[in-house]
Ligand binder design. Structure first.
Ligand SMILES: Cc1cc2nc3c(=O)[nH]c(=O)nc-3n(C[C@H](O)[C@H](O)[C@H](O)COP(=O)(O)OP(=O)(O)OC[C@H]3O[C@@H](n4cnc5c(N)ncnc54)[C@H](O)[C@@H]3O)c2cc1C
Length: 490
């Protein structure tokens, strides 16, 4: 008999597998976009079906972008799918954010296709047809709330066409305990999961029991750490309830304070922090608007075009390196190179004029500044668009200091190697942020009317790890694979 070699695409499985027949899409992912999670989920289902086309049912825990993409793709392939969501609605995280802007491609800048946010992309000269993936119709970045609404609309329409796809919401308390117990023991011993008393979304009323062959955990990255200890001006009071900043996907008052002339302090060196710095420094809701305003000047547009390929190369190398190394300091190189590019641009008068025009104007007789406090000497994981614009503004303002070109605009104070000690409340909506600079013993303080704390995810809170009780080391080994760059669309 002839030997037949069967080759399957199974990278999606290897990258997400955490236990026998259990896959985790979200745990340990720190620099992924909503689009990444949609692609990751769809690849997982594709590979699962390639390896075992005859499986019957799938349980998905978590109804964010990743979980919904998995559920629809599996249901369309004829699988019985149950999605369990802890909150009252799928996509609740982005539903709560009407002041954040997202788009599936905006952070692919400086690639030209980043200008159009339609998903799947429509330009048939560079893209194939992608018929079954989630659809987003907005060309410009939209609010996270609108984005979530479109994904949910797509999901509901697909659910109607897939009678074996059911979504339970409000899975909390005793229901949550039952699910967790099932994940720990029931699933391994081949029992059914009792779902007779769930709150089902849509017209389905149950009852339903399921004995899934596979489980996909899509419960998110964990809880964001936006807290800082209180400080009395002498020392941090770690025993007191901490100062709580607004979460990334919540509506915040940053732009309101910035508009009213308030001093803003942003803490953190990653993408969330850079997004907030840009929202505070400019009148724009998202960085694409800033870019578009810069490009209104023909000479500045030419200067930006001149460095586009350079930035593209720096960014591609950094992203690829991040997939092959755990060391976050890999971003140091990209950051230095990007800063050098912006320093070269800032000597051009046209660029300075265009950048300064993007900055908030000061009210007569009033100073105002945005302070960014970072722990390292470089910005770490951040998209090139945000990294580039923050460096560009900083370089332009440094240059402009000498000639007074930007005296009527908001200031930007970028402080590196800052170890933030705590926050002192000194009046109604008036704060002092106390920091210790590396190697120094005296604290430096910064005045703030509004503080954005962008420390990223608290790694102890990752839901997937809690559900299947993985040890940290196992997680680390798995995640190195799952960090490899994903396609833009599948
Ligand atoms: C600071 C910050 C800034 C970001 N900025 C951007 C950005 O600008 N653009 C962008 O595209 N992405 C951004 N992201 C990333 C984006 O938030 C994630 O990629 C995306 O939300 C992940 O999707 P997900 O489906 O894996 O998880 P989530 O969106 O977190 O969804 C997980 C779902 O699981 C549910 N759940 C949790 N535990 C359980 C449980 N035990 N049982 C049942 N359900 C459960 C949750 O309620 C939630 O609905 C940012 C993330 C952070 C932290």
């Amino acid at each position: 008999m002839k030997n037949v070699l069967s080759v399957f695409d199974c990278f999606g499985l290897l990258a997400s597998k955490v236990a026998p027949n259990v896959f985790d899409l979200s745990s340990g992912q720190y620099h992924v976009s909503l689009r990444d999670q949609i692609v990751r989920g769809r690849l997982l289902v594709r590979d699962l079906c390639a390896v075992n086309s005859s499986f019957d049912s799938l349980l998905v825990v978590g109804a964010g972008a990743g979980g919904l993409a998995v559920a629809v793709e599996a249901a369309k392939r004829g699988k019985r799918v149950v999605v369990l969501e802890a909150s009252g609605t799928p996509m609740w995280r982005q539903m709560s954010a009407s002041r954040r802007y997202v788009g599936p491609f905006m952070y692919e800048w400086p690639w030209q296709f980043s200008r159009n946010q339609e998903y799947p992309p429509k330009d048939l000269t560079i893209w194939d047809h992608f018929e079954t993936c989630p659809t987003l119709s907005a060309v410009k970045p939209s609010t996270a709330k609108e984005f979530a609404g479109q994904i949910l609309g797509w999901f509901d329409a697909q659910s109607l066409a897939c009678p074996e796809l059911h979504t339970a919401v409000d899975v909390v308390g005793a229901l949550q305990k039952r699910v967790q117990e099932y994940l720990r023991t029931g699933f391994r011993t081949d029992q059914s999961l009792d779902l007779s008393d769930m709150s089902w979304r849509g017209e389905f009323t149950g009852p339903l029991n399921i004995k899934p062959e596979y489980i996909v955990l899509a419960a998110g990255m964990g809880v964001e750490n936006c807290t800082l200890p209180h400080h009395d001006g002498v020392e941090a009071k770690k025993e007191e309830d901490p100062f709580k900043g607004t979460m990334f996907w919540e509506d915040d008052a940053l732009q309101e304070h910035a508009k009213n002339g308030g001093d803003i302090v942003v803490i953190g060196g990653g993408d969330g922090a850079l997004q907030d710095v840009l929202r505070a420094l400019t009148n724009h809701d998202h960085p694409m608007q800033t870019l578009e305003q810069l490009e209104k000047c023909k000479d500045t547009a030419e200067q930006l075009e001149r460095v586009r390929e350079q930035l593209q190369t720096i960014d591609s190398q950094a992203r690829l390196m991040a997939g092959w190394s755990w060391d976050p300091s890999e971003w140091r190189v990209a950051d230095r190179l990007c800063r050098e590019v912006t320093a070269g641009l800032a000597v051009q008068a046209c660029v300075r004029t265009s950048v300064i025009e993007c900055l908030r104007e000061l009210d007569a007789g009033r100073g105002q500044k945005v302070t960014l406090l970072i722990k390292e000497t470089y910005f770490d994981k951040a998209y090139m668009l945000n990294r580039f614009l923050v460096h560009l503004i900083h370089q332009v303002l440094e240059h402009a200091k000498h000639g007074g070109e930007a005296d009527k605009r908001i200031g930007f104070d970028l402080r590196t190697e800052m170890n933030v000690q705590g926050v002192q409340k000194v009046g109604a909506e008036k704060y002092k942020v106390h920091c210790l600079k590396a190697e120094e013993i005296v604290t430096t303080s910064f005045d703030a009317d509004y503080i954005a704390v962008r420390f990223g995810i608290d790694r102890k809170s990752i839901p997937g790890l809690q559900m299947v009780h993985l040890r940290g080391d196992d997680q680390r080994q798995r995640t190195t694979l799952s960090r490899l760059p994903l396609p833009f669309v599948v």
